[in-house]
Design a protein around this ligand. Structure first.
Ligand code: NAD
Length: 251
C-alpha cells in the first residue's frame, strides 16, 4: 500500500486502460478520482468498488478540464489517459473530429498538468503519467488527428519532465501498441469501411499487422507499469516514453 495518502486522478477511467490504472493505483492505497463517460449505474458501482469519486466533465473543453481539476483537489498522481480515435482519409477527415481529438488527446493533458503542478510542487512530490501510443513515434494512414495528438503528448511530456526535474515530480509516457479495449473494438467498423475489409482481416492484417508478438496487450499490463512509475525507485525515470507494443516500434 505504498500509495496510501496519495490522491490520484485518472482521466478517461470509466473504461479500458484508464479503469485498469485506477484499479491498480487503488490497490496500492491511493484515493482515486474517476473521470469519463458511461452508464451512470455502472459507474456508481465502480465508485463503490474503488471507494472513488467520479467527476464527469467533458475534457474536449477547457472548462471541462478546469472543472475536473477544481473538483479533484490537490492531485499527487495525474494520469492523462482519456482519448478518442477517428479513422478517415485526410481529405475526408471531419474538421470537428480533428478539433475534438486534438482537444482531448493532447490539450486536455496540458490543462490538467498546468493545474496539477502547483500542488505537486508544494507537496514536493508528483507523478504525471500520460497514456500516449505507438503512434507517438510512428504513424499509420487514416489517423491524422490521433497521430498528431500522440506525437504532441510525447513532446509535452518531455517538456514537463525538464521543467519539473528539480521538483521531485516525474513525467513519463506509456505507449501501448494495440490493447484490447472498447476504443480498439469501436474502430473496427470504420476501418472495415475505409479499407473494404472483413472484421478478421482488420484484426489480423491491420491492427496486429505491425505488432510482432501478434498479441493484444491487456489494460492490466499498462496499469502495472503506471504503478511502477509511482514508486520511489522510479524517481530518476523522467521524460521517458515506454512502449508496450509487442515490438512494433523496434522494427
Ligand atoms: P476507451 O475508449 O476504453 O476509454 C476511453 C476513456 O476516455 C473512457 O473512459 C471514455 O469515457 C473517456 N472519454 C472519452 N471522451 C471523453 C471526453 N470528451 N472527456 C472525458 N473523458 C472522455 O479507450 P482505451 O483503449 O482504454 O484508451 C485509453 C487511452 O489509451 C487513450 O488515450 C488511447 O489513445 C490510448 N491507447 C489505447 C490503445 C489501445 O489499443 N486500446 C493503444 C494505444 C494507446
Amino acid at each position: 500500500m505504498f500509495l496510501a495518502g496519495k490522491n490520484a486522478l485518472v482521466t478517461g477511467s470509466t473504461s479500458g486502460i484508464g479503469l485498469a490504472i485506477a484499479r491498480a493505483l487503488r490497490d496500492e492505497g491511493a484515493s482515486v478520482v474517476l473521470n469519463g463517460f458511461g452508464d451512470e449505474a455502472e459507474i456508481a458501482k465502480l465508485c463503490e468498488e474503488l471507494d472513488a469519486r467520479w467527476i464527469n466533465t467533458d475534457l474536449t473543453t477547457v472548462e471541462g478540464a478546469e472543472e475536473l481539476m477544481a473538483g479533484a483537489g490537490g492531485v499527487d498522481i495525474l494520469v492523462n489517459n482519456a482519448g478518442m480515435q477517428h479513422v478517415a482519409p485526410v481529405e475526408d477527415f471531419p474538421v470537428d473530429k480533428w478539433n475534438k481529438i486534438i482537444a482531448l488527446n493532447l490539450s486536455s493533458a496540458f490543462h490538467t498538468a498546468r493545474l496539477a503542478v502547483p500542488h505537486m510542487k508544494a507537496a514536493g512530490w508528483g507523478r504525471i503519467i500520460n497514456t500516449a501510443s505507438a503512434h507517438s513515434t510512428t504513424a499509420s494512414p487514416f489517423k491524422a488527428a490521433y497521430v498528431a495528438a500522440k506525437h504532441g503528448i510525447a513532446g509535452l511530456t518531455k517538456t514537463l519532465a525538464l521543467e519539473l526535474a528539480r521538483e521531485n515530480i516525474t513525467a513519463n509516457c506509456i505507449s501501448p501498441g494495440y490493447v484490447w479495449t472498447p476504443l480498439v473494438e469501436n474502430q473496427i467498423p470504420d476501418t472495415m469501411a475505409s479499407r473494404g475489409l472483413t472484421r478478421e482481416q482488420v484484426i489480423n492484417d491491420v491492427l496486429l499487422e505491425r505488432q510482432p508478438t501478434k498479441k493484444f496487450a491487456q489494460p492490466e499490463d499498462v496499469a502495472a507499469l503506471a504503478v511502477f512509475l509511482c514508486r520511489d525507485v522510479a524517481q530518476n525515470i523522467t521524460g521517458a516514453n515506454y512502449e508496450i507494443d509487442g515490438g512494433w516500434t523496434a522494427q
